[in-house]
Ligand binder design. Structure first.
Ligand code: AMP
Ligand code: ZN
Length: 113
């Protein structure tokens, strides 16, 4: 399997894993864009948001709630943080295995670049 995030989820490639359960891993982004920049990644390979199916509702809910839990644990719940799914090239997706970015710890401009 040549997918980077499948390899990380299978512990076949190093990453700083900050949470792991049956369905998800959360890792530190290797090129952080803010003081907190983690990625919530499902262990099952799903390429993009476009590829989510009706049966994935619970998984997506788990991803979003895990993002909130990590942000809260790091003290960002009240001051704020951002969650982002980039989908395909114009949005800047570079790894084609679904992941939810969670960024916080600095003022994040809007609209995004
Ligand atoms: P995206 O551009 O939305 O596909 O996001 C991919 C993210 O994965 C980027 O923020 C990269 O910095 C990050 N990334 C790429 N390779 C690794 C890696 N080996 N470990 C952790 N994060 C990575
Ligand atoms: Zn994958």
């Amino acid at each position: 399997m040549s997918c980077l995030f499948c390899q990380i989820a299978a512990h076949e490639r190093p990453a700083t894993i900050v949470h792991e359960d049956e369905q998800l891993v959360v890792i530190e982004d290797i090129r952080p864009q803010a003081p907190m920049h983690v990625l919530v990644i499902p262990k099952r390979h799903i390429a993009t948001v476009n590829d989510l199916a009706a049966g994935d509702q619970e998984l997506v809910g788990e991803m979003v709630r895990r993002a909130a839990a990590v942000a809260a644990a790091r003290g960002y719940a009240d001051r704020g943080y951002r969650t982002i799914f980039n989908c395909n090239r114009e949005a800047g997706q570079t790894v084609f295995h679904l992941h939810l970015h969670v960024l916080g710890g600095r003022h994040l401009g809007w609209p995004p670049g």
